[in-house]
Design a protein around this ligand. Structure first.
Ligand SMILES: C[S@@+](CC[C@H](N)C(=O)[O-])C[C@H]1O[C@@H](n2cnc3c(N)ncnc32)[C@H](O)[C@@H]1O
Length: 192
C-alpha cells in the first residue's frame, strides 16, 4: 500500500515527471516483457523504473551474467526500489545520460531498453533528445519497449511520440489494451 501512496504523493508533487497516479498493473507488466527472448539478452536497461514492478519481473528472467541497470530521476522512487530490490542496480539520473552508464558497465550497446517514461507529457525537444540517444545506444536488431496510456494517444504530445517512433523504428507492433491498468494502457514493441 505504501507503494501506491508514495506514487500518488510523488505524482501530485511532480505530475510532469511521474506521469501516472499508480504503478503499472500485473497485466501491463506482462505485456511489457512477454515478447522478450531473455536467452538472447546480455544487456537490459530500464528507463524510469518507478516503483520497480517491471524491474522485479525482469530480474527474475534475465539469464545469469547478463547486465541490468535502471535509470530513475525521482529520489524517493530510487530509495524505495533500492530498499525493495537491493539486487537491482539503479542510478539516480535522467535517461539522457544512458550512454554514460553503459560505459560504466563497459558495454557499447543495450539489447533491450524497457521504458516506463511518461512520453506523452514530455515536450517535443525532450522526446526527440531521449529518443535519439535511445536509438544510438540500442544494438542493431535490439528491442525498445514502452507503454502508452490510451488517453495520452489523443494528446498532441502522444501523437508526436507515435510519429517519432515510426521515424526511428522500421518495425513497431502494439499490444492489446490492459484495460484494468490505471489508466488503461498498451505496449509498443519496436525493433531497430
Ligand atoms: C509512470 S512512472 C513509471 C511507472 C513504473 N512502470 C511502475 O510500475 O512503477 C514514470 C517514471 O519515470 C521517471 N522519469 C520521468 N522522467 C525521467 C527521466 N528523464 N529520466 C529517468 N526517469 C524519469 C519518473 O520519476 C517515474 O518514476
Amino acid at each position: 500500500m505504501k507503494t501506491y501512496r508514495d506514487f500518488l504523493v510523488e505524482f501530485v508533487k511532480n505530475p510532469q515527471v511521474i506521469g501516472a497516479v499508480a504503478p503499472s498493473s500485473r497485466t501491463l507488466v506482462n505485456k511489457m516483457i512477454e515478447r522478450i527472448d531473455f536467452e538472447k539478452v546480455d544487456v537490459a536497461v530500464e528507463y524510469g523504473p518507478g516503483s520497480g514492478r517491471i524491474t522485479r519481473e525482469l530480474l527474475k528472467r534475465l539469464k545469469p551474467g547478463s547486465t541490468y541497470f535502471g535509470i530513475e530521476i525521482n529520489g524517493l522512487m530510487v530509495r524505495n526500489i533500492r530498499n525493495n530490490l537491493p539486487e537491482a542496480t539503479i542510478y539516480k539520473d535522467s535517461v539522457v545520460n544512458v550512454s554514460k552508464y553503459l560505459e560504466k558497465h563497459k558495454k557499447d550497446h543495450a539489447d533491450v531498453i524497457i521504458s516506463g517514461l511518461p512520453w506523452a507529457i514530455f515536450p517535443n525537444d525532450m522526446q526527440k533528445e531521449i529518443m535519439g540517444k535511445t536509438f544510438d545506444v540500442l544494438l542493431e536488431g535490439g528491442i525498445f519497449i514502452t507503454y502508452a496510456y490510451c488517453h495520452g494517444t489523443l494528446l498532441p504530445a502522444g501523437k508526436r511520440f507515435k510519429y517519432l517512433l515510426s521515424e526511428y523504428f522500421p518495425s513497431i507492433t502494439k499490444s492489446s489494451i490492459a484495460l484494468l491498468n490505471i489508466p488503461p494502457a498498451f505496449v509498443y514493441h519496436c525493433e531497430k
